[in-house]
Write a protein that binds this ligand. Structure first.
Ligand SMILES: *Cc1c(COP(=O)(O)O)cnc(C)c1O
Length: 400
């Protein structure tokens, strides 16, 4: 039995079967590369699902976490810590408008915090989009449209209305003076990187505000430089006009792999919670906050432009194969549609060839690699890409 097979067997014996069998057993990472239990090397083009912004084992992240843990590791929210306050200030500054922050440990928890915050408006209705993904806890799941995720757990918290994504007329029809918030992702990540028209977010903002509702952007996947700007709603390639959301939720890339989430609310929305309304034991933990500060520092040193440039190269290279029907996304959040519904086969063939990619739907491949991906990494993947499609049996046939 290989080492991988042995660990997989132990995994199956000890862990709940929520994720299906693991695709690999990984033991080590460095930069954009990881190694499995049998010593095979992979280029990680998924980055822990848009999490490992600095790649694996980045010395600045390791140093920040080590130093903070040696100084002060955890204190509870009865007390404040320096990294927590500094991180909140930094995020507000990046947002560019007055705001207040609540820290969590995950994306779902950031959305739970925001969901509760919207209830403090005195209204309950949330308008959300079909194909959106907001997390697996009961509240976040109530805001997530996919039936397979929802149905086994109904009844879910109510007063949630779904509208088609990217459709301002549908939003206009659904939002009224009872709406507490409109919740959208600037780009739908889990759906396979679906990009709305550039006037969608500005339009959603106008519609929400006409009815006194909050505009809540889930930037859990798109935030912290992923699309080449600090927030996707600030990306001129994605939005046609200035957008100032009332709520922004963050998580994934924020601390480069250390668990963290943030619910940020601007203006008066940032003051809707009173003491006792919400809480968390670990949220704002000094080690997680120090990790996030290190990520923000390193990303600020040129990784935004790097992600934009290298993402454009990757997109152009992938689109050159006629078996790719469409490529979408900005920076290093990239989705593509195959001419045939063989994405699982493509992901498997890519893995056999030493590349980790993700197949979020039967037709789509998603890439969310570390922002430190190099030109050489891109060259290596693009060189292997046609053969990966060959192995997966994708033809130029009719569009799936
Ligand atoms: C991943 C994700 C979440 C959920 O985050 P978790 O940390 O898995 O709870 C929510 N919204 C979006 C857009 C995401 O991509």
């Amino acid at each position: 039995m290989t080492t991988t097979a042995a660990w997989t067997e132990r995994y199956t014996g000890a862990l709940m079967n929520t994720f299906g069998p693991p695709k690999l057993v990984l033991v080590r990472g460095e930069g954009a590369r990881v190694w499995d239990a049998d010593g095979r090397e992979y280029l990680d083009l998924l980055g822990g699902i848009a999490v490992n912004a600095l790649g694996h084992g980045h010395p600045r992240l390791v140093a920040a976490v080590t130093e903070q843990l040696q100084t002060l590791g955890h204190i509870s929210n009865f007390f404040a810590s320096e990294p927590q306050v500094e991180l909140a200030e930094r995020l507000v500054a990046l947002l560019g408008t007055e705001a207040h922050v609540f820290f969590t440990n995950s994306g779902a928890e950031a959305n739970e915090a925001a969901f509760k915050l919207t209830r403090r408006t005195g209204r309950t209705r949330i308008v959300v989009t079909e194909g959106g993904f907001h997390g697996r806890t009961m509240g976040a799941l109530a805001l997530t449209s996919k039936l397979a995720y929802r149905e086994p757990f109904e009844p879910l918290p109510g007063d949630v209305v779904f509208v088609p994504y990217g459709d301002l007329a549908a939003l206009e029809a659904a939002v009224d003076d009872t709406t507490a918030a409109v919740l959208v992702e600037p780009v739908q990540g889990e759906a396979g990187v679906v990009v709305p028209p550039a006037d969608y977010l500005p339009g959603a903002q106008r519609i929400a505000h006409e009815h006194g509702a909050l505009l809540w952007l889930d930037e859990i996947q798109t935030g912290v430089g992923r699309t080449g700007t600090w927030f996707a709603h600030q990306n001129p390639a994605l939005v046609s006009d200035r957008v100032v959301p009332d709520i922004v939720t963050l998580a994934k890339g924020l601390a480069g792999g250390i668990p963290i989430g943030a619910c940020i609310a601007t203006g008066g929305s940032g003051k809707l919670f009173d003491p006792g309304n919400h809480g968390t034991t670990f949220g704002g933990n000094p080690v997680a906050a120090a990790a996030a500060l290190a990520v923000l520092d390193v990303v600020a040193e040129g990784l935004l432009d790097h992600a934009t440039r290298i993402g454009a190269r990757l997109k152009a290279g992938l689109a050159a194969d006629p078996r790719v029907a469409e490529v979408r996304g900005e920076g290093l959040l990239i989705g593509l549609d195959l001419t045939e519904a063989r994405s699982a086969e493509v992901a498997a063939a890519a893995q056999d060839a030493g590349f980790i990619v993700n197949a979020p739907t039967p037709e789509r491949i998603r890439l969310a690699p570390p922002l430190v991906l190099t030109d050489e990494d891109v060259d290596a993947f693009l060189a292997a890409w046609p053969a990966i499609l060959d192995t997966a049996g994708v033809t130029e046939g009719a569009t799936a």
